[in-house]
Structure formats: structure tokens, C-alpha cells
Design a protein around this ligand. Structure first.
Ligand code: 5GP
Length: 200
């Protein structure tokens, strides 16, 4: 059985990453979203074990020491990290795993998993992003200002990724995401095992 594809998926807060990815995951049962661990507080409506595993600083640092994380980063004063076990197991079982992570973590994955595909979501403009972030209305002005500053820095890292999806029109952006993942999975480097199998 061929291995699954690791999909690293980034973009600034408020760009609509989740809205874009959700229908993909619904339509592709072979792909699963990794649930990250974080020390940030849950937002209203978020549930432990669904959006994130919400843990204490102590628990997070224990995971770091025990090498339980595939990557981790500090972002807006909190830790965020990818639990290693689930990702490695699913990839071995042939499932595709999506990591919705920020850029520092993405670059760590680039070193440890060079075969992963790296996708970045861009807003059509910075003002659109700002409006979306404010429209969410769940965070204080201080948090929003910090996130906007982080978003500006992150936008500058888009060129480090393999594919860029501009989230202008949602339907079009969804189609492009679908096409990009399909193309990534057809690359010769991912098909090596299959070529061997067919030709043996
Ligand atoms: P939020 O607090 O808005 O849910 O997430 C803040 C940022 O952390 C987002 O850019 C999100 O993609 C990123 N993030 C979520 N989980 C992880 C993770 O496991 N590792 C890293 N490096 N970033 C993450």
C-alpha cells in the first residue's frame, strides 16, 4: 500500500483556511485533519479534542521533552504543536493528513518531511483580511492588532510554499485547492512505490 500524502496548509488568521478546507475533507474521506495541541484558551464554541487539544504549559512542555510533537511553534504568546503519533500512523496507513499550521512549524516540516506538499492561502488584499478578522468579533482589539502584525509578517513567507490559493471567490478557491492536492498526489516522487508495484 502506498503511503499517504502530508499536506501542510498555512495562511494568516482570518483568511478563511478552515472554510476552504472543510468541504475538501467532507468529500475526501481518505484525508484527515490533524488536531493540534495548544496552550491558548478555547474560543466560544470550541471543544477540547475537536478544534484543538487544549493543554497547560506544563503538559505542552512535557510533550516537547518526550518528543511527542512533529513540530511546534510559539505564536501570539502561546504554544501550538502537531502530535506526532497520529500523523505518522495515518500516513503509514495510506491516509492523507492535513496540518493546518503557521509558517515556523511549516518550515520545520519542510526539513523533516521534504515530500510534503506546502499550500498557502492568501487574501485578495490586506484590507479584506483585516475586515474578516474584525468581523469575527471574538477577540479584543489588542489580540486583533497582534494578529494583524503577525499576518503581515506571514504574508511575506508565502513564497516559501509550493502552491498559493487566493481566497477571492470561495467556489473558485475550493476548486483550485482540490486541483492542487490532486496534482501534488500525481507527482512522480509520490508514485515511486506504485510504479515499482506495477512494473514488478
Ligand atoms: P488560532 O489560535 O487562530 O486557532 O491559530 C493560530 C495559528 O496557529 C494559525 O496560523 C494556525 O494555523 C496555527 N497552528 C494551529 N495549530 C498549529 C500547530 O500544531 N503547529 C503550528 N506550528 N501552528 C499551528
Amino acid at each position: 500500500m502506498s503511503k499517504g500524502q502530508l499536506i501542510v496548509y498555512s495562511g494568516p488568521s482570518g483568511v478563511g483556511k478552515g472554510t476552504l478546507m472543510y468541504p475538501y475533507l467532507q468529500e475526501h474521506p481518505e484525508a484527515v485533519l490533524s488536531i493540534s495541541m495548544t496552550t491558548r484558551q478555547p474560543r466560544p464554541g470550541e471543544t477540547d479534542g475537536v478544534e484543538y487539544y487544549f493543554v497547560s504549559h506544563e503538559e505542552f512542555e512535557k510533550q516537547i521533552i518526550q518528543d511527542g510533537l512533529l513540530e511546534y511553534a510559539r505564536y501570539s504568546g502561546n504554544y501550538y504543536g502537531t502530535p506526532r503519533k497520529m500523523v505518522e500512523e495515518r500516513i503509514q496507513q495510506g491516509q492523507d493528513v492535513v496540518l493546518e499550521i503557521e509558517v515556523q512549524g511549516a518550515m520545520k516540516i519542510k526539513q523533516s518531511y521534504p515530500d510534503a506538499v506546502f499550500i498557502f492561502v492568501l487574501p485578495p488584499s490586506f484590507s479584506v483580511l483585516e475586515a474578516r478578522l474584525r468581523g469575527r468579533g471574538t477577540e479584543s482589539e489588542e489580540v486583533i492588532a497582534a494578529r494583524l502584525a503577525a499576518a503581515k509578517r506571514e504574508l511575506g513567507t508565502a513564497a516559501l510554499y509550493d502552491y498559493i490559493i487566493v481566497n477571492d471567490d470561495l467556489e473558485q478557491a475550493r476548486k483550485r485547492l482540490e486541483a492542487v492536492i490532486a496534482a501534488a498526489k500525481c507527482q512522480t516522487k509520490y508514485m515511486k512505490d506504485f510504479i515499482d508495484e506495477v512494473t514488478k
